[in-house]
Design a protein around this ligand. Structure first.
Ligand code: ADP
Ligand code: MG
Length: 242
């Protein structure tokens, strides 16, 4: 098996790039450099794990890559576009169109069904017709094995099913990149493995680009690239050759 199929476009332009990004909390005497001069290129088709001790800056890197948070200095490029000078609305537009997020605590809308949670992600875009939206949501539900659960609300779903809905919500937009912050931290071992294989399948079959943070050794082993952070700095960046 080769990794070639993971980068269909074979473009050299990174999907997302952090360039010398520094994020400082509590500027002044008690300042914390959550990330400190981080430069990171995420290539199209990457399946990347961000690892490192608690507090090493993993979430801050993900939030910066996803334009949820801005570094104090340095730059963030999304598909070649420098986001540094964008105002809040324009940045939200980049997030909505190009970035999918998966959180540790799922963050689904409690009054929406599984179907509606996924559909909502397309409605926000405002560019997908109702017919296409229906097709795309149903396709994703089938891929996720959630057809029978589509009318259930989050509290009627198991943790693993909720996380699959969250993956569906991220994927249905066909974003440039999917960012996942410890996506299996609240799941048992078997469910975590299901979620990991599902993400990996989406990476291989749909060429979805993933960056996820994890403490989970198992998840780390499935990564094709492992970036390690210590004290807000990248200390290693290893690609696996299949
Ligand atoms: P990780 O995800 O690896 O645990 P984080 O990116 O959450 O690391 O945090 C990196 C550092 O930044 C930690 O020292 C953390 O305490 C600090 N930090 C993160 N968010 C905030 C915040 N909102 N206010 C103050 N400090 C923060
Ligand atoms: Mg974190």
């Amino acid at each position: 098996m080769t990794t070639q199929s993971n980068s269909p476009a074979h473009t050299s332009e990174p999907v997302v790039r952090l360039e010398n990004a520094t994020r400082i909390y509590n500027p002044g005497e008690n300042e914390v450099r959550a990330i400190d001069g981080v430069t990171l290129d995420v290539a199209r088709g990457d399946f990347m794990a961000l690892v490192g001790p608690s507090g090493s800056g993993k979430s801050t890197v993900l939030h910066s890559l996803g334009c949820l948070d801005r570094p104090n200095s340095g730059r963030v490029f999304v598909e070649g576009q420098d986001t540094t000078t964008l105002n809040g609305d324009a940045l939200a537009q980049v997030r909505n169109l190009r970035i999918g997020f998966i959180f540790q605590s799922f963050n689904l809308i409690p009054v929406f069904s599984a179907y509606e949670n996924i559909e909502f992600s397309l409605q926000i875009l405002g560019t997908v017709s109702p017919a296409e939206s229906r097709d795309r949501v149903n396709e994703i539900l089938a891929i996720l094995g959630l057809e029978k659960q589509k009318d259930r609300r989050p509290n009627q779903l198991s943790g693993g099913q909720q996380q699959r809905v969250a993956i569906g919500r991220a994927l249905v937009k066909r974003p440039a990149i999917i960012l996942a912050d410890e996506p299996t931290a609240n799941l048992d071992r078997r469910t975590s493995e299901d979620i990991i294989s599902l993400m990996r399948r989406m990476n291989e079959e749909k060429h979805a680009t993933f960056v996820f943070s994890t403490h989970d050794e198992h998840l780390m082993h499935h990564a094709r690239r492992v970036v390690r952070l210590v004290d807000g700095k990248i200390v290693s960046d290893e690609r696996k050759v299949a």
